[in-house]
Design a protein around this ligand. Sequence first.
Ligand code: PLP
Length: 387
Amino acid sequence: MSTASDLTYLDNNATTCVDPAVVAEMLPWLTRNYGNPSSGYRFGKRVNDALELARERVAALLGCEPGEIIFTSCGTESSNAAIHSALAMDRDRQHIVTTRVEHSATLKTCELLAKRGHPVTWLGVNSNGQIDLGELERAISDETALVSIMWANNETGVTFPIGEIADIVRGKGAVFHTDAVQTVGKIPFALRDMKVNLLSLSGHKLHAPKGVGALYVNRRTKFVPWMTGGGQEGSRRAGTQNVASIIALGKACEIAAQQIGHEATAVKKMRDDFENGILSRVEGVQVNGDRVNRLPNTTSLAFAGVESEAMLMLLDQRDICCSAGSACTTGQHEPSHVLRAMGYDDTRARGSLRFSFGRFNTPADVARALEIVPETVEKVRRVAAAA
Ligand SMILES: *Cc1c(COP(=O)(O)O)cnc(C)c1O
């Protein structure tokens, strides 16, 4: 096993390293400040004050009120809670509208709900990875409880026009949830200017630890708790809070707000230099999805005549981390549901790799990847041709 410093980590959409400043912020809350934030004495209240500061920091990044933030255990929990809340509001509204390219947190939840009898409309995407807004509007009826559409796709980085989508959904009287796990910290926005009801985010995608997330619930949106028990989080999410990780998430959001310009410039430049470098050095490569409406850090590339599983194995031997499809589907040999939904055939889907950059990458990582990835493609193609 190599140490992290030898590693060229180009898989920041799977998870990110915890920022050292975030680790420093959280440590005292794992050691001396171990009080329960719900306790009435000052040793507990001090912990509660730190939680409230974290809530303010998350709200500042999202452009909303601190009272609109509920801390959860992960992005997946946030989306589950959002979906179940929307379905619990009105017996006569049980229809769900979502897309075929969602993360499994939404996809599998909606598949399960469909099995249990909820009507679900699955919106398809075009070869750019975009949905048709007219089709979305027509799909919503007065039986629609919820529209759940991700903001940015974890596999391709393609972003949907969430402001416009929220206007359409609210115009039709349904609740709108967006999975913004890949967007938060990468693209600036302000929820106070948008008609989003519910939004999910996750700590470990923005340099906070794994196992912490948040759900934004607009203050005028009714919310029915998914996890019941104690009165934590304003009785909206029971269970003693993961204090240190929440404080870490707050710090990570504060840093993300300061660094968001860097995403649009330095991180985007690394992604673009890598993408253009691959396109000029390797024959038979295509970019998957919309290159304009896209996260600044992600590129999904289809390599003709290559099996991504073989590429991943050889790149791993050279200490380069990237992924084929989403991390959740690696290990299975199913081609990515996202690339299939975009109309690409199995061969293109199976020959695709995702490279995702972050602010801890350096131009030296790009240079190293531009040396090793083309060599590896050539090797895999030689073996495939000989077989
Ligand atoms: C990672 C991810 C999730 C899941 O977040 P967890 O905190 O790992 O549960 C959900 N949606 C998207 C788009 C993601 O990239």
